[in-house]
Design a protein around this ligand. Sequence first.
Ligand code: HBI
Length: 368
Amino acid sequence: MSFPRIKAVVLKPMRIAFASTPVGAIGAGQGGGVETTIQSLANGLASLGHSVEIYAPLGSHASNANVHQVQGTLQVSMQEVSRTEPIAMTKGSVLVGLWDLIQQQQDRFDVIINFAYDWLPMQLTSLMRTPTVHLVSMASLTDAMDKIIISTSHQHKFAVAMHTATQSSTFVGVSSNVRILGNGIELGNYVFNSNTNGPLGFIGRISPEKGISDVVAVASRTGLPLQMWGLMQDDKCFSDALAENPLADVHYNGFLTTSELGQVIGECRGLLVASKWVEAFGNVVIEAMACGVPVIAYRRGGPSEIIQDGLNGFLVEPDNINSLVSAVARLETISRAKCREHIVNYHSVNAFAQRVEDWLVARCATSV
Ligand code: HBI
């Protein structure tokens, strides 16, 4: 009886450098979802036996990784510039400072992961001795960034990864070797709650592209209280939504840290996601499900790839407020335990880190 030879691929630990976003220090909040991704991925890769060092703007901090802080002028957010905006390198740019240091120290690493949605790191891919890869954190925003993301994806096999296929499809002509990685969160931060008759919930920046007026209208039409958490980025859109829906019972709770949020989301009977733009992923969707909270979202962007309609939430016709309202009435048909189970299986830090490790191995195995 001969046993098939089982080729155990024992992966040697990798020395990994993270190049962070230049829009703010890690932990300051400007980096939004990227900060959560960097922190959870540093933990996940460390638990797989790899060593991670992070290069980030002054004031950054992260657990489980050695942080090299670089001073310099923060980069203007790509979300604030127009589609035809040329690439700008501000004087004393922290982005230039970060990559000066990284290219000086690159031989200490087996691979470099860039998290910045910026032109310079992509342009440097061909010039680096250490294999360099890019996890693109947002959908298409400007022509200049589209051009370099698409060309880098064709020039260097497996050098580019994204969170969802929807996000990737916004870059028309991007290579099919782009890796789709989803995302991952620390399950320990999120407390499961089986309660089904709590308020409705919203988490996210209070700003027009998040569909605030639609969310408040649902509270008004269902007569259910609405708890809202997030950075008050545009208080006019908030006050307009309240003025349009005088009967809505709305409670704005401010911006909470990840661990504070994980303690309270579970009280909600359902989370509303009414984004007007293409969310690259939708961290709040997996954060809510981790607490047992089903998610009701417009069938648009990243959330439409995370939510399994009828199993852990509902996907409804975009911009149709009444379809959100009728989904609220069906929330009790969803198993809250299955919401958490989906995150454990697909969007835990470990599941995400495993997909990233596979990506890094594929990139390092190619010579181009
Ligand atoms: N803008 N120029 C630039 N670079 C980034 O890395 C960047 C950004 N805007 C927003 C942002 N990153 C993150 O908040 C999102 O990727 C989540």
